[in-house]
Design a protein around this ligand. Structure first.
Ligand code: BGP
Length: 482
């Protein structure tokens, strides 16, 4: 739609930035914390870029005061961070660890000191290893109760100060990478049946946590964050359009429909049943999903890229695709399901060095799709550019990041004009941090952290980049000066 006048961003808009515990904290075995599945996984040779780990990460655990001070000076309105389950319950369940709880108390209070709204992610992938050892983690239904117990502990402890809660981060990514692509723990390949069952458990954990939170704090705002890569059909051929509908049902609505409507897309479920991989429901599950969906306040969206969809004949490509984890352009491989769709590169769009399309309008597209399908408010919980940053005379001139963010924010403003209710925009990420599979060379932050790929080199000094000062202006002018 085209509007002569922009109404701009709402007055109380939350300009934010995000991180995740494993990617920033370090202190992997301190103050009672026990290993998470990531602490173990990164030690398997060949799993991460140059064998990088989050043992030390960017030491946010010890340097959080400096990080939050820089946020305060920037005028940041919200800081989205996650809590490490294995700091709170080192064994996943059982004994709670007071020192772990205290750390997040301190972090939350530090944010509040600078009028920064804490936005808490309950789960950003770092499952306690103990639960993997006890019953294979997400594969077992017991995870649901342990998760809700953990989440409820957080709600009770922090709910007086935290209003914004994201239950799960990118359920589609951690399950897809964990049980189909073998790229995240537990490193299983094409285990489709377990993949869908694991997802059902995660949906139940999400739903029951939403209900538990609303019971304690009816005014809290809650949702989960979905990694949404909107799909474009490559042509107006009906078979390409149909392929795109298939792709969206299986790769997007399969998650967002459950969060927003409390039910799976009918065609996707029919398809999974035909393959014999549909998830098993326990009695009452359908009702719980529905009830929780009616209480969800927003759709969390992590937006990085769009994709193109083309019909894939029965004798066509059969591949889960291959990610580029090196930063060498053009090394990603195409995904395809015979008889349905394939995902060719979009020739109309530039890409990052990791082959992610750069598509600012895709963000507006995502907001519009969500608004018309679910009519829910939206929290953009992640958006950003991973790049190689070079220190020059002690500074980082990241004009490419500014351009990326500016173009995305412009499109987000148009989404606001279109009537989408956008509550927050969090860039990924605040400081530089560990990229799960791409080490420390793929940088996203407003604040440069002096550290090398090597575990022990670098002073960890924080240096605000050009984008830091640029975003400060954006916040000051509520998105008017880009
Ligand atoms: C999202 C994750 C983040 C972050 C980001 C960038 O999928 O929620 O944790 O890692 O992507 O991804 P990457 O580090 O692979 O570039």
């Amino acid at each position: 739609m085209y509007f002569k006048e922009s109404t701009g961003f709402p007055k109380d808009f939350l300009w934010g930035s995000a991180s995740a515990a494993y990617q920033v904290e370090g202190a992997w075995a301190e103050d009672g914390k026990k290993p998470s599945v990531w602490d173990k996984f990164v030690r398997i040779p060949g799993k991460t870029f140059k064998a990088t780990t989050g043992d030390k990460a960017v030491d946010h655990y010890h340097m959080y005061k400096e990080d939050v001070r820089l946020m305060g000076e920037m005028g940041l309105k919200t800081y989205r961070f996650s809590i490490a389950w294995s700091r709170i319950y080192p064994d996943g369940n059982g004994q709670v660890n007071e020192k772990g709880l205290q750390f997040y108390d301190d972090l939350i209070n530090e944010c509040l000191k600078y009028n920064i709204v804490p936005m808490v992610t309950v789960y950003h992938w770092d499952l306690p290893q103990a639960l993997e050892d006890q019953y294979h983690g997400w594969e077992d239904r017991r995870i649901v109760d342990d998760f809700v117990n953990y989440a409820t502990t957080l709600f009770k402890r922090y709910g007086d100060r935290v209003k914004h809660w994201i239950i799960l981060n990118e359920q589609n990514v951690f399950t897809g990478h964990g049980w189909m692509l073998a790229k995240h723990p537990p490193g299983k390949f094409k285990d489709m049946k377990t993949y869908y069952q694991v997802n059902h458990h995660a949906f139940m954990a999400h739903a029951k946590s939403v209900l538990a939170l609303k019971e304690l704090y009816p005014d809290a705002l809650v949702g989960s964050s979905f990694a949404y890569g909107p799909a474009y059909a490559v042509s107006d051929k009906p078979e390409d359009q149909m392929a795109c509908v298939d792709y969206e049902d299986l790769k997007s609505y399969y998650w967002m429909d459950v969060y927003a409507y409390g039910r799976y897309p009918r065609s996707a479920m029919k398809y999974l049943e035909s393959l014999g991989v549909a998830p098993h429901f326990e009695e009452g599950d359908a009702e719980i999903l529905k009830e929780a969906a009616s209480k969800v306040d927003f759709m969390g969206v992590n937006y990085y890229k769009t994709c193109s969809i083309e019909y894939n004949p029965l004798d066509g490509i059969d591949s889960l695709g291959g990610e580029n984890n090196t930063g060498k352009k053009g090394t990603a491989e195409m995904e395809g399901v015979p008889g349905m769709y394939k995902v060719p590169a979009n020739k109309n769009l530039p890409t990052t060095d990791w082959d992610w399309t750069i598509d600012p309008m895709g963000l507006r597209f995502a907001c519009r799709k969500i608004t018309s399908r679910y009519d829910l408010p939206i929290v953009i919980s992640e958006n950003g550019l991973g790049a190689f940053d070079k220190l020059e005379d002690g500074k980082i001139h990241d004009s490419y990041r500014i351009e990326y963010l500016r173009n995305h924010i412009e499109e987000l403003k148009k989404a606001c004009d279109d009537g989408c209710r956008i509550l927050a925009y969090c860039t990924w990420s605040y400081t530089d941090l560990l990229s799960w599979l791409n080490g420390y060379q793929k940088r996203y932050g407003f604040v440069y952290v002096d550290r090398d790929e090597d575990e022990n080199s670098g002073t960890l000094k924080r240096i605000p980049k050009d984008s830091y000062y640029w975003y400060k202006k954006v916040i000051e002018t509520n998105g008017e000066e880009l």
